[in-house]
Design a protein around this ligand. Structure first.
Ligand code: PLP
Length: 394
């Protein structure tokens, strides 16, 4: 027996462990100080009442033989896929039900989708980036190349025809940078992918934060995307499902090459390795798309948006450069006074007792930048912002 040697090539996950270690050491040495956390990408508001009520009623269904459910469809129940289909319709995107696959979250699908692609593909990933894209490919032994996201391009790299890529990851609005592509910019990526025969893996986990109509909520709003893109989305951020687990992936029937069809390959993959998302969870997720559920969810999102605005306004007041904050729950700021990411982390922790995430942990281009999130409570966010202002105004 031999283990997969590729695991020797992935970086140990130092980032959040190191953040936790430094915070724990600080709290131990200063037990009287209240530490405020704006570092995590997890939500804090509870599930909407409409979702809770649907979950309860689905649990009751499981208690009666007439409504009990065993194994469900691999691709998800139609009642949820129809909800997703209608949600896309609101953005002007028309999908067939069979193009929608329900899953236990975007992270699983982002990793699992690699099963349908050849090992020889060259993978293009932006730097900085959500680490899952890189690690899943390195585990499988694929070559990863990077597209530089920098202050100069607003952390939104554009296609370079001199670079040959087969699989391209795009996350918009982006984690960690909060930057979001316009429809016109995405059209350039779609044209590139169609021209070179690449596939775009579009991570739309934060689409619900988009309010500006010139930005894309879905890559399928872009003409030509159905022949070159797969989209991943999630109930985690729109509806607080980080602990409940539900997401979906859209694979158009038109996505095919050399006689092989991506939608069919994925269905084959899922029916082999996946037995579906719990009925109860899918019922809860479907309630997101009811009138009542959507109104409640929008109120929660408004609360996070207001937090993001508090942080962004603070950066404006301090004259600190940043991306995000407007169509995203993330604020990606340039560390003041030329500080490196971890130096700024220590300064904020030691002098203001505020925790964020050092940008260097997301890739080389993240050095000198820092991520704050809007997912904390209003009280914590408002107090943290006051402390940051006080510290940096000096
Ligand atoms: N994609 C991005 C960019 C994320 O930031 C996250 C989670 O933070 C995910 C996907 C994972 O989403 P899920 O909870 O649906 O697995």
């Amino acid at each position: 027996m031999n283990y997969n040697l590729n695991f020797n090539n992935i970086a140990q996950s130092y980032l959040f462990a190191e953040v936790a270690n430094r915070v724990a050491a600080y709290s131990k040495a200063h037990p009287d100080k209240k530490v405020l956390k704006l570092g995590i990408g997890d939500v804090t508001l509870p599930l909407a009442p409409a979702v809770i009520s649907a979950l309860h009623s689905a649990v009751d269904d499981m208690a009666k033989s007439e409504t009990f459910k065993g194994y469900g469809p691999y691709e998800g129940y139609d009642f949820l896929r129809e909800g997703i289909q209608n949600y896309y319709k609101e953005s002007g995107v028309s999908l067939e039900l069979s193009e929608i696959f329900v899953s236990d979250g975007a992270k699983s699908d982002l990793g699992n989708i690699l099963d349908i692609f050849s090992k020889d593909n060259v993978v293009l990933v932006p730097d900085p980036v959500y680490p899952v894209y890189v690690d899943t490919n390195v585990m499988a032994g694929r070559k990863v190349i990077y597209a530089n996201a920098t202050e100069q391009n607003g952390f939104l790299p554009m296609p370079d025809y001199k670079v040959k890529a087969d699989v391209i990851y795009i996350c918009s609005p982006n984690n960690p940078t909060g930057a979001a592509y316009s429809k016109a910019q995405l059209k350039e990526w779609v044209d590139y992918a169609n021209k070179v025969g690449a596939v775009i893996l579009f991570d739309a986990a934060y689409e619900c934060f988009i309010t500006d109509n010139s930005l894309a909520r879905s890559i399928f709003q872009i003409e030509g995307a159905k022949t070159c893109a797969i989209e991943f989305c999630s109930f985690s951020k729109i509806a607080g499902f980080t602990g409940t687990r539900c997401g979906y992936t859209v694979i158009p029937h038109a996505l095919e090459k050399n006689g092989m069809n991506a939608n069919k390959l994925w269905l084959r993959r899922q029916s082999t390795k996946f037995n579906g998302v719990p009925y109860v969870v899918q019922k809860g997720a479907a309630a997101v798309f009811t009138k009542e559920g959507m109104a409640q969810i929008k109120a929660n999102l408004a609360c996070y948006r207001e937090n993001a605005k508090l942080i962004a306004d603070c950066m404006d007041e301090l004259g600190i450069w940043y991306t995000g904050g407007k169509n995203s729950p993330y604020i990606w700021l340039k560390c003041p006074n030329g500080l490196k990411s971890w130096e700024f982390f220590d300064k904020l922790l030691n002098e203001a007792q505020v925790v964020g995430t050092p940008g260097a942990g997301f890739g080389e281009n993240g050095e000198g930048y820092f991520r704050l999130t809007a997912f904390g409570s209003r009280e914590v966010t408002a107090e943290a912002v006051e402390r940051i202002k006080k510290l940096l105004q000096r």
